[in-house]
Ligand binder design. Structure first.
Ligand SMILES: Cc1cc2nc3c(=O)[nH]c(=O)nc-3n(C[C@H](O)[C@H](O)[C@H](O)COP(=O)(O)OP(=O)(O)OC[C@H]3O[C@@H](n4cnc5c(N)ncnc54)[C@H](O)[C@@H]3O)c2cc1C
Ligand SMILES: NC(=O)c1ccc[n+]([C@@H]2O[C@H](COP(=O)([O-])OP(=O)(O)OC[C@H]3O[C@@H](n4cnc5c(N)ncnc54)[C@H](O)[C@@H]3O)[C@@H](O)[C@H]2O)c1
Length: 473
C-alpha cells in the first residue's frame, strides 16, 4: 500500500469532481483525484452529452420530414440508427480530452484510477493507495434507479448507461418514467423511426409548470408518442413473440420490443464505507448543510450525491462554492433559487426559481405573473417555431421565478437566473435592448408585459401625459 498525503482528496471525476480538482490545483492546492470508472462521469459518457447528441440526429431527421412549410420538399428521412450512435460516440470522443487524466495531470493533479473507500474520518483507500487528506470531497454522482418491479429482473432492459451502446433501432421502445430522461429519449426515438410508449406513474414532466409542460406533451403526442399518465408500472414480463409487456397498477397493458428504465436516480454511496468516516446519509444521498459540508466537517459532498437538484451545472456551481471555503477558509453557501434547468425536447422546457404554483403558495396576493407568447415574436414566426410561452413570477417588482417553453427556452432562462441571483428589478430587465429579430426579445417583451398595464391602463399616467403635452413648447 502506497501512503499519500494531500491538501484535498476528490472522490469522483465527473462534472463536480473535475471542476473542484481543476480549480483547486490551478490555485495551488495539492490535489489527489480518484475515479473508479470513466473520466468525465455520467454527463460525458451516459448523460447530457450522448442524450443531446442523439436529439440532434433526431432533429435533423424531423427537419427533413417537415420541410415543405418552408418551401422545401418533405423527404422521408433514411435513418441509420447505428450511424446516429456513431455520431454520439464521436461527440463524446471530441469532448473527452477536456476531462482526461492527461489534462488533469497537466494541472498537477495526482489521478488514481480506482474506487475510493473511507478507512476513517480523513483516510481513504483506493487500489494500492492509502490517502490522508486535510479535506475530502465526495463527488461520486448517481446511478439509474432500478426499482423492484415484479418481473423486471427477468427481462432485458436498458438504462441511460446502456442505451447509447444499442446499435439496432428499437422497433417499439417502452419507456418507464416520464421525467426528463424519458421524454428526451422518447422524442429522440420517435424521430429516428421507432414506435414509442411512455408509461408514467404520475404526471409526465411533473417537476415543471403543468401549463407549460402540456405544450411539450401535446407536441410529443402529435409526433406519435403514446404517453400514458397515471400508469404506475407494476409487473413486467416477456411476451411469446420475444417482446416485453408492462402492466400498470390500473390494469393497462403496454407491449413493445425494448424497455428503457428512466424512473430517477440513486446516489453512489455504497462503495464509500461512509460509516467509517462518520458521514451521515439519507435516502437522497450524503446529508449536507448549506455549505455542502457533511456531518464530518472535513468532508464535503457535491453534485448528484448531495441529493438536491441533479444537473451538471449544479455540480459545477457546487464546486465553486466549496473551493471558496476549502482553499480560502471563507464562509460560502449554496443557494438554489437561481438554479435553472431545461429539458431539451422540441420545444424546450425551462425553469428557474419558483413556478407559478409555488410562488402563489409562498407570496399569495403579492404575486404578479407576466406572460408573453412566442406567437408575437417575429423570429419565432420566421422560423415557424412559434409554439411557446414565457411566464415570469414577480413580487414587488422583482422576478422570483421564470418558466419558459419554446424554441431555445434553455437559452432564454439564463437571463432570469442572472436577474434572480442579483436581485434585479423588472425595470432593469426591461432596460435591456435585444437585437431584432431574436428569440431573446421574448425576455424583454415579457418584462414589457409586466409594465404595460401600469403604463397603458393607468388614468393617472394619461392625465400626466395630457397635462405635460399642454405645457410643452
Ligand atoms: C440521460 C441523462 C441526461 C442528462 N442530461 C443532462 C443535461 O442535459 N443537463 C444537465 O445539467 N444534467 C443532465 N444530466 C444530469 C448530469 O449528468 C448529472 O447531474 C451530473 O453528471 C452530476 O455530476 P456529478 O459530478 O455529481 O456525478 P458524475 O458526473 O456521475 O460523476 C461521478 C463520478 O464518480 C465516480 N465514482 C463513483 N463512486 C466512486 C468511488 N467510490 N471512487 C471513485 N470514483 C467514484 C463515477 O464513476 C463517476 O465517474 C443528465 C443525466 C442523465 C442520466
Ligand atoms: N435536460 C436535463 O437537464 C436532464 C435530462 C435528463 C436527466 N436529467 C437529470 O436526471 C434526473 C433523473 O431523470 P429521470 O427522468 O430518470 O428521473 P425523474 O425523477 O425526473 O423522473 C422519473 C419519473 O418516473 C416516474 N416513475 C417512477 N416509478 C415509476 C413506475 N413504477 N412506473 C411508472 N412511472 C414511474 C416518476 O413519477 C417520475 O415522473 C433528472 O431529475 C435530472 O436531474 C436532466
Amino acid at each position: 500500500m502506497q501512503e499519500l498525503t494531500c491538501d484535498l482528496l476528490v472522490i469522483g471525476a465527473g462534472s463536480g469532481g473535475l471542476s473542484v480538482a481543476a480549480g483547486a490545483s490551478q490555485m495551488g492546492a495539492d490535489v489527489v483525484l480518484l475515479e473508479g470508472h470513466k473520466m468525465g462521469g455520467d454527463c460525458l459518457n451516459y448523460g447530457c452529452v450522448p442524450s443531446k447528441s442523439l436529439l440532434a440526429s433526431a432533429k435533423v431527421a424531423y427537419g427533413q420530414a417537415h420541410a415543405s412549410a418552408y418551401g422545401v420538399a418533405d423527404q422521408m428521412p433514411v435513418v441509420d440508427y447505428a450511424a446516429a450512435k456513431d455520431h454520439v460516440q464521436d461527440v463524446i470522443a471530441t469532448i473527452a480530452p477536456v476531462d482526461s487524466q492527461e489534462r488533469f495531470e497537466g494541472f498537477g493533479v495526482r489521478v488514481i484510477r480506482a474506487y475510493g473507500r473511507f478507512v476513517d474520518d480523513r483516510v481513504v483507500e483506493a487500489g494500492e493507495h492509502r490517502i490522508t487528506a486535510r479535506r475530502i470531497v465526495i463527488a461520486t454522482g448517481s446511478s439509474p434507479l432500478v426499482p423492484p418491479i415484479d418481473g423486471l429482473a427477468d427481462v432485458p432492459y436498458f438504462t441511460n448507461e446502456t442505451l447509447f451502446d444499442l446499435r439496432e433501432r428499437p422497433e417499439h421502445l417502452l419507456i418507464i418514467g416520464g421525467g426528463p430522461i424519458g421524454m428526451e429519449m422518447a422524442q429522440a426515438h420517435i424521430r429516428l423511426g421507432s414506435k414509442v410508449t411512455v408509461i408514467e406513474g404520475d404526471r409526465a414532466l411533473g417537476k415543471d409548470d403543468p401549463e407549460l409542460a402540456s405544450i411539450v406533451l401535446d407536441q410529443l403526442r402529435g409526433e406519435g408518442i403514446e404517453i400514458a399518465e397515471g400508469a404506475q408500472a407494476e409487473t413486467i414480463a416477456s411476451t411469446e413473440g420475444g417482446g416485453i409487456r408492462v402492466t400498470a397498477k390500473d390494469g393497462r397493458v403496454f407491449d413493445g420490443s425494448h424497455l428503457l428504465m428512466a424512473v430517477g436516480r440513486k446516489a453512489n454511496i455504497d462503495k464509500l464505507n461512509l460509516e467509517a468516516a462518520g458521514v451521515e446519509t439519507n435516502r437522497a444521498g450524503v446529508v449536507v448543510d448549506d455549505s455542502l459540508r457533511s456531518s464530518n466537517r472535513r468532508v464535503y459532498a457535491i453534485g448528484d450525491v448531495a441529493g438536491g437538484m441533479q444537473f451538471t451545472h449544479v455540480a459545477g456551481y457546487h464546486a465553486g462554492v466549496i473551493i471558496r471555503s476549502i482553499l480560502f477558509g471563507l464562509p460560502s453557501k449554496a443557494k438554489t433559487n437561481h438554479i435553472p434547468w431545461a429539458t431539451y425536447t422540441a420545444p424546450e422546457l425551462a425553469q428557474v426559481g419558483l413556478t407559478e404554483e409555488q410562488a402563489r403558495e409562498k407570496h399569495g396576493d403579492r404575486l404578479e405573473v407576466a406572460r408573453f407568447d412566442y406567437h408575437h415574436n417575429d423570429r419565432a414566426l420566421a422560423e415557424r417555431k412559434s409554439k411557446g410561452l414565457i411566464k415570469v413570477m414577480v413580487v414587488k417588482g422583482r422576478p422570483v421565478g421564470a418558466s419558459v417553453v419554446g424554441h431555445q427556452a434553455g437559452e432564454l432562462v439564463a437571463l432570469w437566473s442572472m436577474a434572480i441571483a442579483n436581485n434585479l428589478k423588472m425595470s432593469q430587465v426591461a432596460g435591456m435592448v435585444a437585437p431584432y429579430p431574436t428569440i431573446s426579445e421574448v425576455n424583454k417583451r415579457v418584462a414589457g408585459a409586466y409594465f404595460s398595464p401600469r403604463l397603458f391602463d393607468s388614468p393617472m399616467v394619461k392625465r400626466v401625459v395630457q397635462f405635460v403635452q399642454r405645457w410643452l413648447p
